[in-house]
Design a protein around this ligand. Structure first.
Ligand code: ADP
Ligand code: MG
Length: 233
């Protein structure tokens, strides 16, 4: 699903450059649940943003579902992004004046799906994250965990090939974090490919594979022997 070869990324800092990704080699198969784990500043978000086509690498190859992601114009990149990728962020990024249902339906609006179809589909995904009863509530009326569930439904509604989550539990308490990860595991069980960026060991161990990033290089990449479940974290 994802093939990355010798990926490099630097940020220009005045006359200097900060070399953030220093030759990343990394593949993800269809249906995997992978944690990208590392301390703050190790380059996790930079890598995820490149995978998510929000940023481009300076060097190296990136192939997504057989398509080389290189030299795409903004329109084409935006099209691929909407079709292939679903994003989940630490800060939820919901629109405050829209209901849960409207937030989830928004990506379908941009796809020009008719209103009735949009709402039906959004409701289906809200139901999948356990929030059918909350569809007409505003984000301000929801708990942190509920907001993140809405964001997960929104990421899924366009049925992307890969879900990308950057510190999705970063703003949640431990119990709520484990509950959100339990939902992520259930969504992965349905066959969805998911990448979770985290600096938290216990969150990483709720994934099936952990890629350890340190100072812009992968120092370890291993299967989790005993994937943690909500019942025993
Ligand atoms: P992580 O997500 O693992 O905390 P990041 O990928 O966000 O790490 O950042 C890696 C390094 O790159 C950090 O030193 C950060 O300060 C720097 N960095 C990230 N984004 C930018 C940017 N847009 N411009 C300059 N430096 C950046
Ligand atoms: Mg980050």
């Amino acid at each position: 699903m994802i093939e990355i070869k010798n990926l490099h990324k630097s940020y220009k800092m005045g006359s200097n450059a900060l070399h953030v990704l220093k030759g990343i080699d990394f593949n993800v198969d269809d249906g995997e649940l992978v944690a990208i784990m590392g301390s703050s500043g190790s380059g996790k978000s930079t890598l995820l943003n490149i995978i998510g086509m929000l940023d481009v690498a300076d060097e190296g190859e990136y192939i997504l579902d057989g398509i080389p992601i290189k030299n795409l114009n903004e329109t084409k990149a935006a099209n691929y992004r909407n079709k292939f990728l679903g994003f989940i962020f630490q800060s939820f990024n919901l629109i405050n004046y829209k209901t849960a249902l409207e937030n989830v339906a928004l990506p379908l609006y941009y796809q020009r799906m008719p209103r009735k179809q949009r709402q039906e589909k959004a409701m289906k995904y809200l139901d999948q994250v356990g929030l059918k009863e909350w569809s007409h509530h505003l984000p301000s009326e929801l708990s942190g965990g509920q907001k993140q569930r809405v964001a997960i439904a929104r990421a899924m509604v366009a049925e992307p090939k890969v879900l990308l989550a950057d510190e999705l539990t970063g703003a949640l308490d431990s119990t709520t974090s484990y509950e959100v990860m339990d939902l992520i595991q259930k969504i992965n069980d349905l066959g969805n490919t998911i990448l979770v960026v985290t600096h938290e060991v216990d969150i990483a161990h709720m994934c099936k594979r952990i890629v350890y990033l340190k100072d812009g290089v992968i120092i370890k990449d291993e299967k989790v022997k005993q994937v943690k479940a909500l019942a025993h974290v």
